[in-house]
Design a protein. Structure first.
Ligand code: PMP
Length: 445
């Protein structure tokens, strides 16, 4: 029979039968350990009984109430809960169905806010290279990932990019505040070059996601970009689509540095893989100004869907009840130490980084120069496929803006236990052994 379904490539994967905890089973009975929580989504694990029960209860009441016709208890409760988890200044919540929609919403609210202030010339949104903020054209315009953006460049407005603070590639000490200042000052320089009166916002992933491979900002960076944004009247957007929801060991990635943005986007772990759900969270005064000026000219049909909100609320309840944020911090430390130890066995592991259970390792041909592996090796696909065949799912991307380099995210659900970390490491070590043998790369033992 003709296969009518398509995604971005011809990649064929087995049919999923069921999933529970950190495991998924294909129809042929084979079990897979979800070492990347899908795409860093299934943060509380699969088939959580409390979430399923909350969804059943909501389904019996209503599954849709159009936002212009009804408020729902589920959406109001989730908005209150989400705002309560945010810094005080950020009190308003706007629901969407995914990460790209959440990012689009931040860009558009920022723009309308500038208009209310009589700053119509502000429209440029500075972002980082590499970065990932979504696949719709607005979010893609601020995404620094060449292969995804290039085909659509004539359809988008070019937006300024500054280098992501990849101290490990530039031979700089990430713990030295001078390093953070060095990269943050590039933001100031770009604002000056572009003309401060034209710059609307700066968007940043507090802990990097797929494009940088769990990049942790150097000392002082997050604080300095906040100061620079304030100095030039530029709004600061934290894209917490991946880093939000507890995965880094704090509910918000930015909590590690105590910095407060003007706008936040969240998705992925917010719906936890149970429902498509995302949100923009905004400063109260920004929302008030835009609503006073005639309203926010933006919205999606499924916004605030009661089933999605009921599931999202139950996901947060489970994160709190089981202290999964605490578990992400504790298990993340253990997993990171184990990944670091792999460097002794595999000299082609160049860097291990991340926070909590948002972790990644990067492969290189030379650890001192950080030269990437030859592109022809196709390591980013190859290692993922070897691991997949062994029943371990990890997530990879090209490190250097999508052009070359190979990093791998190891981000199991936040419910992961120590014995399960042993299992991840055993499978990963086996996969790396096989990868080394196949590619002829050196091994130390
Ligand atoms: N922002 C970040 C930081 C992301 O990681 C992603 C998804 N990888 C997005 C935005 C886009 O989210 P979605 O795929 O749900 O549209």
């Amino acid at each position: 029979m003709k296969n009518r379904l398509f995604y971005q490539s011809r990649l064929a994967r087995p049919e999923l039968d069921r999933a529970e905890g950190i495991y998924l089973w294909a129809k042929d009975g084979k079990r897979y350990l979800d070492g990347s929580s899908g795409a860093m989504v299934s943060n509380i694990g699969h088939s959580n009984p409390a979430v399923l029960q909350a969804m059943r209860e909501q389904m019996e009441k209503s599954t849709f109430g159009y936002r212009l016709h009804f408020q729902t208890e589920a959406s109001e409760r989730l908005a209150n809960k989400t705002a309560a988890l945010c810094p005080e200044e950020l009190g308003r919540v706007f629901f969407v169905s995914g990460g790209s929609e959440a990012v689009e919403s931040t860009l558009k609210l920022a723009r309308q806010y500038a208009l209310t202030r009589g700053e119509a010339q502000r429209y440029k949104v500075i972002s980082r290279m590499p970065s990932y903020h979504g696949s719709t054209l607005g979010a893609l315009a601020v995404t620094g990932y060449a292969p995804l953006a290039a085909p659509f460049s004539p359809m988008m407005r070019e937006m300024p990019k500054i280098p992501a603070p990849r101290a490990y590639l530039d031979g700089l000490d990430p713990d030295d505040p001078a390093t953070g200042k060095h990269y943050a000052d590039m933001l100031e320089q770009t604002i000056l070059d572009e003309g401060p009166q034209t710059v609307l916002a700066f968007i940043v992933e507090p802990v990097g996601g797929a494009s940088t491979g769990a990049l942790v900002p150097p000392a002082g960076y997050m604080q300095r970009i906040r100061e620079i944004c304030d100095d030039y009247g530029v709004l600061l957007i934290h894209d917490e689509v991946m880093s939000g929801g507890g995965r880094t060991g704090k509910f918000w990635g930015a909590e590690h540095w105590g910095t407060v943005p003007d706008l936040i986007s969240i998705s992925k772990g917010f719906g936890g893989g149970y429902v498509p759900l995302g949100a923009m969270i905004a400063r109260d005064d920004i929302v008030e100004a835009v609503l006073d000026a005639g309203g926010f000219a933006h919205g999606h049909t499924y916004a605030g869907n009661p089933l999605a909100c009921a599931a999202g609320l139950a996901v947060i309840d489970e994160i709190e009840r089981q202290d999964l944020t605490g578990n992400a911090a504790a298990m993340g430390d253990k997993l990171k130490a184990r990944l670091n130890a792999l460097k002794n066995r595999f000299p082609f592991i160049g860097d291990v980084r991340g926070k909590g259970l948002l972790l990644a390792f990067e492969l290189v041909s030379d650890r001192t120069t950080m030269q990437p592996l030859p592109k022809e090796l196709g390591a980013f696909d190859r290692l993922v496929n070897i691991a997949y065949d062994k029943g371990l799912i990890i997530y990879s991307r090209r490190t250097r803006g999508g052009i070359s380099g190979d990093h791998f995210l190891v981000c199991p659900p936040m419910i992961v236990t120590e014995p399960q970390i042993d299992e991840i490491m055993a499978l990963l070590t086996e996969a790396l052994d096989e990868f080394a043998a196949e590619t002829g790369l050196d091994k130390d033992s």
